[in-house]
Design a protein around this ligand. Structure first.
Ligand code: DGY
Length: 320
């Protein structure tokens, strides 16, 4: 067929997504699944193609977007799009899309799993057992924090914040949240507050806001100092929202009780990172949306957005 759009796919995708793209576009793909495309390869591709399908690991800065006269769309396979210079894309008339909704419940599941793991010291308990340090049952051995009936603080009450809140209600928790705007129609045990009030009153604080200029280091030394000494901080959003040095100090000095982190300032985080040496840190490698079903849906949605934008339709998940 003539005039098929050309696209570059920045990582090997599930077949379902590839077939969708192949049915109406010619594609090149970075064939490796576990190695990000080198920036130079992506830079070369964007100068030749009409669309790119990127991952959150692919930086798409303004100068890259400026270097192409062919590119019409960046379809990011993530709900977050802090890796793309969206303002530059808008200026240049390049469409940017993301993959919301399909990962909401999956990411909320991991958030709650991390909350429970940190509260009940599950990872530490598993290591203790495997290391032969379980000598007997004893009254205060590996005691953690109750979750049922406590207060959850949610920072960022978007789709995932609301999905985590639904889980919290099942644990009879009260929810205090901070967001740019108050949400309407939430149940009466969900309270909108200032950030400081959330930090001061919550037993568990779940960070779920997007990474923007305003939210970079939103949780720093001052904010950590406001939290209860028994508080648990859970970050399943983006690493740079929390100041890692300040968090390390807060954990070492027992300013807060524990943290559970799925995201880091630099990813992959070094296994030697000081935070990973602390027993009261539960850590996972950015797997919030990592189920077979959800990652497949994300890939298909990114492919649908890409194809729609290249065929003159409005993509379902247009950011700009
Ligand atoms: C996203 O989609 O932004 C998530 O971080 C991926 O898990």
């Amino acid at each position: 067929m003539k005039n098929r759009p050309k696209v570059f796919i920045a990582r090997r995708l599930p077949d379902e997504a590839l077939h969708m793209i192949a049915s109406s576009c010619d594609y090149e793909m970075w064939e490796q699944e576990d190695v990000p495309v080198p920036h130079g390869v992506l830079a070369d591709a964007v100068r030749r193609v009409d669309g790119v399908l990127t991952m959150l690991t692919d930086s798409v800065p303004g100068d890259l977007l400026q270097s192409t006269s062919t590119l019409k769309v960046v379809a990011n396979m993530a709900v977050g799009y802090d890796n793309v210079d969206v303002a530059a894309a808008k200026r240049l008339g390049i469409t940017v899309t993301n993959t919301p909704d399909v990962l909401t419940e999956t990411t909320a599941d991991l958030t709650f799993a991390l909350l429970l793991a940190a509260a009940r010291r599950i990872v530490e308990a598993g290591h203790t057992l495997r290391n032969g340090q379980w000598s007997t049952w004893s009254p205060m051995f590996l005691t953690g924090m109750d979750v049922f009936g406590k207060t959850l603080g949610v920072i960022g009450m978007g789709r995932i914040g609301q999905a985590v809140t639904r889980r919290a209600l099942g644990f009879n928790m009260t929810v205090h949240y901070y967001a740019r705007t108050q949400k309407n129609g939430l149940p009466s045990n969900i309270h909108y507050m200032s950030l400081d009030d959330v930090l001061q009153t919550a037993d568990f604080i779940s960070v779920l806001t997007p990474l923007t200029q305003e939210t970079r280091h939103l949780i720093g030394e001052r904010e950590l100092s406001l939290m209860k000494s028994t508080a648990v901080l859970i970050n399943t959003a983006r690493g740079p929202i929390v100041d890692e040095d300040a968090l390390y100090q807060a954990l070492v000095n027992k300013r807060i009780w524990a943290a559970a982190l799925d995201v880091f300032d630099e990813e992959p985080v070094s296994p030697k990172h000081p935070l990973l040496e602390l027993p009261n840190v539960v850590a996972t490698p950015h797997i919030g949306s990592a189920t077979i079903e959800t990652r497949t849906k994300m890939a298909v949605l990114a492919a649908q957005n890409l194809v729609a934008a290249l065929h003159g339709q409005t993509p379902q998940n247009r950011v700009v």
